[in-house]
Design a protein around this ligand. Sequence first.
Ligand code: ATP
Ligand code: CA
Ligand code: CA
Length: 429
Amino acid sequence: RVVVGTKVDEHHSNYVQAYNMLTGIRFVVSRIHGKVDRELADPDFLAAQKYSFDISGNELTPSTKYDFKFKDYAPWVFRHIRTAFRIDPSEYLVSLTAKYILSELGSPGKSGSFFYFSRDYKYIIKTIHHAEHKFLRRVLKDYYQHVKDNPDTLLSQFYGLHRVKLPYQKKVHFVIMNNLFPPHRDIHRTFDLKGSTIGRDFREEDLEQNPRATMKDLNWLRRNMNLELGPTKKEKFVEQMQRDVALLQRLKIMDYSLLVGIHDLERGNDDNLRDKTLHVFQPGGEKIEEPQMGLLRTPSKMESAKRARELRQTVTREKPVSLAMTMDKMPDEPHRKDFYFYADDGGFQATHEDERPADEIYYLGIIDCLTRYNYVKKAEHFWKGMGGHESQISPIPPDRYGDRFVRFISGITMSKEQAEKSRPSQSLS
Ligand code: ATP
Ligand code: CA
Ligand code: CA
């Protein structure tokens, strides 16, 4: 399948959808940050607020370019989650609603989700299925508590959950989350690892055409690769992964993976290709040149002067960066420095056995963690179960899925020196 990133401009079939998403986010995020912070209470986790936007505007919502409905879920909870992840509210608004609209990631995968990047590449909007949405709401309290207890969690960071609806069209749910990959460094290789072998192979022949495709478990093993971490980093990493997976097991989640993007410091950035524009890699790995973004006209009455003033008061740090920010002037992200796995230039640098830094930076995290082990998966388990050994089957119950995941990832986490001592090393069983 050939997939290329598409600019979402007026001619794009999802333009109106993307426009409305951004307009809705801007409105609800400004709104919640216009209030004085307070502690969370139980009802906050169930809260949801509907808004109706239309061309003429009304006393609550400003006039917009299109008529649409927008629903905001648990705004207080997500505000607190963003704070926990040190997301500056004004920067968040600028990233998601600056005059540039999003770029879309190719055609959706088999799950049917669409992915959009914010213009500055910091955030990803992923449309999710109704079941995933319902599930996230149900487990939001557990997720929130986990984030509070584990500031260094490797799990996807969910910053918002919303729903958008156009007249005569289906409701679309979406989450906003962190983009694990950095805007300023080329990712030379990408892997999506689950600890399973069935269907976990990206055709090596296709790599020639598409050298930066997302590879899978078997490609990793074939290359005899390791997550090269010396003792200290390995211990921290495995410990955090175990804590994160324990939560996923408790919530009966499965099918998640460890996404690993590798930046090779010796290769550095390919400045010829980069050419001062952002290059991004979509799930299929196709390289996309940043489109000349469609301009998102800022809705005129979007932020009343009052709300803007309130927002400014809640923002303690510096003013938002220029809207016309270019990619070679990316603002630093000092907040990421505070997070262990994202502290080395937004990622996690490999180390040797003696803890000296090695020449790769990993950009990693556990993604796609909203799939509950439900009857569909059970059915799949039944059918696939008639065939191979369980270590080869992807949809196994959550406890075993998690154990297998941890075993696999821990097994491939070792420094170069360690790996040399213990070859031949890893296998899946
Ligand atoms: P499926 O259920 O078929 O696996 P999905 O639509 O649920 O697919 P994900 O598994 O969440 O999609 O993500 C697909 C790909 O998108 C990943 O392999 C990765 O390349 C990219 N991706 C997803 N989330 C992130 C993220 N937070 N940061 C960077 N890239 C991401
Ligand atoms: Ca996935
Ligand atoms: Ca999925």
